[in-house]
Structures are given as structure tokens and as C-alpha cells.
Design a binder for this molecule. Structure first.
Ligand code: DX5
Ligand code: ZN
Length: 214
């Protein structure tokens, strides 16, 4: 499967975001945008106004870590091509989860479900066919620069083998060359990476090293 690299701007300098994006744009496939509201996760990042100001040719992959994805998705959808939100928001409400996916799909974006590192795959299995992609978190949602949690790989393996999921699987959190290898072998094909790319001396080389795992 084709490997796509999605640098996460969470590790970029927000004061000069568009210049930062230029440093990775030519080698990347997507731009990963982490949206946090201080409720769903203990951190606040950016809202639609900042997403609107991003200038790039790369498709924007908005990862909503917010408690009200359905309410805010239409605003983000004006400026991005992909929206994921967390399935655990609807932990005991499968009808609500299905409804949320369908509502966001109306905004003409690809819709993905994200699962925090400690959440079970069961939460998304009944709606798997409705999803354009799945995002598996390999750290605690909320902050960049954390250590990869290898136990989450089991979920990716299960998605690919037991459930025959053929669409994109993103892995998000603690991705560097070493952990990316494990993720790709297991079946992930979209590598989200913040710290490894933006804090490396040679960003081009960092992105290309991940891409070389293809
Ligand atoms: C964390 C975010 C990630 C984060 C990844 O909640 O969803 O996208 O930016 O950053 P690194 O690659 O530094 O773990
Ligand atoms: Zn993310």
C-alpha cells in the first residue's frame, strides 16, 4: 500500500506557520492539523480561523480532539479535505456515532474515526464501512513529542487481517523512523509525525526517511 506522510504542525512554530509548512510541503502527502479544545484533551490549539489562513497545496487532514465535532465540522470543512473525530465520544451510543459520521460526510470531506491509545476497536467496528479512514493514536491524545505505545499495533493488525479494512489507516503519535517501521509492517499506511520531522536538523531527510519505508 502506498505510504503517505502527514507532518503534524503541532510541532511547528505557529508564529510562522506558512513558512514552516513550505519546508516540508514538497516531500509530504498531507498536512496533519491537530485541533484541541481543552475539554476533550487537556490542551488547546487552533480553530477554524487559523486553518483558514494555512496556505499549502497539501490536502489538510484535520484531527478534531474536541467534544463537539458535529457542531464545528462544517466550519473546518470549508478549509480542509479530511476530518477525523474521536469515536470514544459516542462510547455507548452507536446510533449517535453513525449519525455524526453521516452528518460530517455531508460537508464533502473524507471522514475518519480516531481512537485514543487505550480505546478498543469494538467502538468503531459497527461503523467501519462508513469510514473513509481510521486514525489509531499511539500516544495519549493532547500533546506532541510523547513516546510511542507499541500495544496499539494490535488494533491495526486486527483491522487489516480480521476485518479486512482496505482503506487508509493513520498512525499518530511518537512516530520516528524506528516506530514507523513497526507501524508499516503491521499495516498502517499514513504516518503522522510532528516532533521527528519538525525538530530534526534536516526536515527533508526526515520526511524522506519515512517515505522510504514504502
Ligand atoms: C497528539 C496529536 C499528534 C501529535 C503527534 O494528540 O494528535 O498529531 O502532533 O506528534 P508527535 O509525532 O510529536 O508524537
Ligand atoms: Zn493528530
Amino acid at each position: 500500500m502506498k505510504i503517505k506522510i502527514a507532518p503534524s504542525i503541532l510541532s511547528a512554530d505557529f508564529g510562522r506557520l506558512n513558512d514552516e509548512i513550505k519546508t516540508i510541503e514538497p516531500y509530504s502527502d498531507l498536512l496533519h492539523v491537530d485541533v484541541m479544545d481543552g475539554h476533550f484533551v487537556p490542551n488547546i490549539t487552533i480553530g477554524p480561523a487559523v486553518v483558514k489562513s494555512i496556505k499549502t497545496k497539501l490536502p489538510l487532514d484535520c484531527h478534531l480532539m474536541i467534544t463537539e465535532p458535529v457542531k464545528f465540522a462544517p466550519e473546518f470543512a470549508k478549509y480542509c479535505q479530511m476530518i477525523s473525530f474521536h469515536a470514544e465520544l459516542f462510547e455507548n451510543d452507536m446510533a449517535g456515532l453513525k449519525d455524526a459520521i453521516l452528518k460530517i460526510k455531508k460537508e464533502k470531506v473524507k471522514v475518519g474515526l480516531a481512537l485514543n491509545h487505550d480505546k478498543k476497536l469494538d467502538l468503531i467496528l459497527p461503523v467501519l464501512e462508513l469510514c473513509d479512514y481510521i486514525l489509531i493514536m499511539s500516544v495519549y491524545a493532547g500533546f506532541g513529542g510523547q513516546k510511542f505505545i507499541p500495544e496499539v499495533l494490535e488494533k491495526i493488525k486486527e483491522l487489516r487481517t480480521k476485518h479486512n479494512f482496505k482503506k487508509d489507516i493513520e498512525i499518530d503519535g511518537g512516530i520516528n523512523l524506528e516506530t514507523a517501521k513497526l507501524a508499516v509492517i503491521t499495516g498502517a499506511n499514513v504516518l503522522v509525525s510532528g516532533n521527528y520531522i519538525f525538530n530534526s536538523k534536516d526536515r527533508k531527510k526526515a520526511v524522506q526517511s519515512l517515505k522510504s519505508l514504502e
